[in-house]
Design a protein around this ligand. Sequence first.
Ligand SMILES: Cc1cc2nc3c(=O)[nH]c(=O)nc-3n(C[C@H](O)[C@H](O)[C@H](O)COP(=O)(O)OP(=O)(O)OC[C@H]3O[C@@H](n4cnc5c(N)ncnc54)[C@H](O)[C@@H]3O)c2cc1C
Length: 493
Amino acid sequence: MELYDVIVIGGGNAAMCAALAARESAERVLVLERAPEDEAGGNSRFTAGAMRVVYNGVEDIKTLVPDLTPEEIARTDFGTYTEEQFLDDMARVTQFRCDPDLTEILVKKSHATLDWMRSKGIRFVPIYGRQAFKIDGKFKFWGGLTLETVGGGPGLVDALTRAVKKNGIELWYSARAVSLIADDDGVHGVVVKREGKTTQVRGKAVVLAGGGFQSNPEWRTRYLGPNWELAKVRGTRFNTGDVIRMALDIGASPTGNWSGCHAVGWERNAPEFGDLAVGDGFQKHSYPWGIMLNAEGKRFVDEGADFRNYTYAKYGRVILNQPGQFAWQVFDKKVVHLLRDEYRIKQVTKVTANTLEELVKKLDDVNAEAALDEIKRYNAAVRSEIPFNPNVKDGRRTEGLALNKSNWANLLDTPPFEAYAVTCGITFTFGGLRINTDAQVISTDGDAIPGLYAAGELVGGIFYFNYPGGTGLTNGSVFGKIAGTNAAKFARG
Ligand SMILES: Cc1cc2nc3c(=O)[nH]c(=O)nc-3n(C[C@H](O)[C@H](O)[C@H](O)COP(=O)(O)OP(=O)(O)OC[C@H]3O[C@@H](n4cnc5c(N)ncnc54)[C@H](O)[C@@H]3O)c2cc1C
């Protein structure tokens, strides 16, 4: 039977980073990817490649994007995203539940890890399209999310795959890990079903990076609760919780927000799983510039509570909880130019009208009369004298409504009006395996399981309730690198 130093389970960003880090000091590294090659790369491939990273100014951006031109620098206000800001964001959006030790590592190692990824051939660029607005001729970044990988998620996975192959790492597609080979001394390998045939592969250490359980409707309903089987999956169909289960089976400890997940507003008529041809185009994240109405014609959430980076990941659940699990996002002409590119794809459920009366009648499955009343009530409550500014929390709000809008409250008064139907799209689950700061998997007895490491989406304890956009990839990279490095060290004995 073949013996590898390190076996990595998964084919996404966390797995590839783990494999690359392991290969720096281990001879034989094997990556097991459940998906066939044309669907490989997990959720990582579905992303826009946005990565949250600490920087103290433009100099730190330049180390990650060395080919930034003087013109680009002159016309951009990058601001800063300090360790304190990142830590604050994590604490605030997770309601102070995030594991402090893991979070500190995530934040403090974010810049060095992206720098290391650059050394492996991954390229980054500023996200001018979605995270910066142009004011007086200058782009200003907001929300702490400034860089993306070249080519988005597909570009990231292609670059990682190239690096894996170049570094002499074996990569098996259509190779589903079924269980771990383990005894009292720890983990010794993996049972794999490769192209339909079950075999055993021996490894001195194993890294688990097989994603969450969002693509398993039965687990979704079991852990997230009723109606979650009705959500659409935004990404890969292969993250069904297998790899979490096989670790629990050998005594790994579950931890984190098992009833929580990242879920967003998503095209109502999208397919059951993500479609790589559309990628993240089904998401609909521009609700802060408009309002959302449910089947009863009612607003149900503060669309302007915060920058969308800090609300989008929890509003999917809010939409799922509405009657019929859908909502309509409504905008008028004044803000249409601010809508993200995803609103202009072909696969949208969209209606337009020249009057509000006409618009509400076109909103499928909505009580039109109630919707019109709601819009009128909303319009009457807008503090129009406060100037609208999309770059800051402008405090332009409504007053006197049972549910107010806190920022960016524009009147819906300028035709044509546009509305988009959304439902809940689940991105990934938050509950998972307990690891320590060395990315070792911890058992229910509280000890590290010898030879077992984990990183990425299947790790619990980092995200609760909500999530600051662009942290998933950074999390996978930071802990993937740590897991791979330590697994290789363990394999050396
Ligand atoms: C549409 C969309 C957009 C997103 N945008 C962003 C973004 O811009 N920025 C960001 O930071 N995050 C984003 N995310 C979240 C991000 O995708 C995840 O946080 C991150 O990719 C998780 O990486 P991972 O390597 O842990 O998991 P994945 O990339 O999902 O990889 C898991 C891998 O495990 C494999 N696998 C599963 N079971 C087995 C098994 N039994 N045996 C072998 N292999 C198995 C899967 O096939 C897959 O290759 C987005 C997610 C989606 C769905």
